[in-house]
Design a protein around this ligand. Structure first.
Ligand SMILES: [Cu+2]
Length: 128
C-alpha cells in the first residue's frame, strides 16, 4: 500500500513534467556550402532552442547579427552567439544549442568565412 501511494505520488509529480511544453527545438545543419533549412520560420515571442550542427569538412558559422541582437536571451546564450557579433561559430563536427525568444521580423543569415556566401551559405529567418 505504501508503495502504491509513493508510486501515485511520483506519477502525480512526473505527469506535468511529461506533458509540459518545453521550448521548441529546431535543428539547423551547416554544410559545404549550405544551411538546412535555408529559411527558418519561428514564432515571435515563443522560446525556441536552435540546435546548430556542422556537417561540413571544415569550419562554418551562422551569422545573423540582426536576429540575435533583436532576440531575448540570457547571458550564457549571448556568449554562444559571440555577443554583438551575433554569430555561432562551429569547427568541423561541432554542434551548439542557443535558446532564445525571437522578435518579429525578417533577418538575413550568412556564413562569414571567405567566399562561403557566394557558394551558397546564405539564408533568412522569418519570425512572425
Ligand atoms: Cu561556411
Amino acid at each position: 500500500m505504501r508503495f502504491l501511494a509513493l508510486a501515485a505520488a511520483a506519477l502525480a509529480i512526473a505527469l506535468p513534467v511529461t506533458f509540459a511544453e518545453g521550448p521548441a527545438k529546431v535543428t539547423v545543419t551547416l554544410a559545404n556550402f549550405s544551411f538546412t533549412p535555408a529559411d527558418l520560420h519561428l514564432r515571435a515571442g515563443h522560446s525556441v532552442t536552435l540546435h546548430f550542427v556542422n556537417e561540413g569538412s571544415g569550419g562554418h558559422d551562422f551569422t545573423a547579427a540582426g536576429f540575435f541582437a533583436a532576440a531575448t536571451m540570457d547571458a550564457a546564450n549571448r556568449t554562444h552567439v559571440g555577443g554583438t557579433k551575433g554569430r555561432v561559430s562551429l569547427g568541423k563536427g561541432e554542434s551548439a544549442d542557443v535558446t532564445l525568444i525571437p522578435r518579429a521580423g525578417t533577418y538575413k543569415v550568412h556564413c562569414s568565412h571567405f567566399g562561403h556566401s557566394a557558394l551558397g551559405m546564405t539564408g533568412k529567418i522569418i519570425v512572425d
